[in-house]
Design a binder for this molecule. Structure first.
Ligand SMILES: [Zn+2]
Length: 249
């Protein structure tokens, strides 16, 4: 079975262990280490020599691709125990620490998590940042425990960017599951917040006079929460972008 939220899904990967031996009780987000497009996920996990897979992939622009049927155990988290129980999700990210993910990809992960919880009759997700406490947690049948790859292998996956946001992300998933409307973004300046898309442009520290370039803002759609002197402040806190380097969508 695949989520109906998928833009496409299929048996794209031979890298799995067949049917799960355990019921779904976990959700494991991963970072791809690359701003992958939806079409990349089929190629990425299609090769048997790759010896890796996930149930889902989420592209840099928030498209969800079904790769290994949810009923099957993917090869994703370096743990037989975890992957027999987890729906695993590879999310497009930058390829350097802290493996930032676009807002659109994170929003898609939240949508997918809500959909999974509804279909598996889970009332909430549980996120416990401390590994030992989390792995000792006895997950009731109406909950989905979030687990991360770094607990099972010497990796930073899903990256500090995602790891540091999991408390907020779990809260947003649970708010939606409880049927509570999410609070609106605070109205900061003028028409903000709004969605803005770019094919790539620098991120700077602060406008207006010769702002320092911090890094590249990858292709994607972002939320602008403040405008100043032709620059827009990114909701993620990464910095400011020249608004002429993209357009409102
Ligand atoms: Zn991983």
């Amino acid at each position: 079975m695949f989520s109906s939220l998928c833009v496409k899904s299929g048996a794209f990967s031979p890298n799995h262990s067949g049917k799960r031996t355990e019921p779904v009780s976990r959700l494991s987000p991963h970072c791809v280490v690359g701003q992958a497009a939806a079409s990349r996920f089929e190629e990425m996990f299609a090769s048997p020599s790759r010896q890796a897979s996930s149930n889902y992939g989420i592209s840099y622009d928030g498209k969800i691709v079904g790769i290994v049927d949810e009923d099957f155990r993917s090869w994703c988290t370096s743990s037989e125990y975890n992957d027999q129980r987890a729906i695993t999700v590879e999310i497009a990210s930058e390829n350097v620490d802290p493996y930032r993910m676009n807002d659109a990809a994170i929003e898609a992960f939240i949508d997918l998590a809500v959909d999974i919880c509804r279909r598996y009759k889970k009332d909430r997700v549980v996120w416990i940042p401390d590994k030992d406490t989390a792995l000792a947690y006895k997950t009731p049948s109406n909950e989905l425990l979030i687990t991360v790859h770094r607990w099972y292998a010497n990796k930073s996956c899903p990256g500090d960017y995602m790891f540091d946001r999991l408390t907020e992300i779990a809260g947003r998933i649970n708010t939606r599951l409880a049927g509570i409307a999410e609070p609106k973004e605070p109205e900061i300046v003028g028409k903000c917040p709004y969605l803005w898309a770019t094919a790539g442009t620098p991120i700077v520290d602060a406008p207006p006079i010769l702002p320092k370039v911090l890094r590249q803002c990858p292709k994607g759609t972002y939320t602008i929460i403040e405008e100043k002197d032709g620059y827009g402040r990114l909701k993620s806190g990464a910095g400011w972008v020249l608004l002429a380097g993209g357009k409102e969508v």
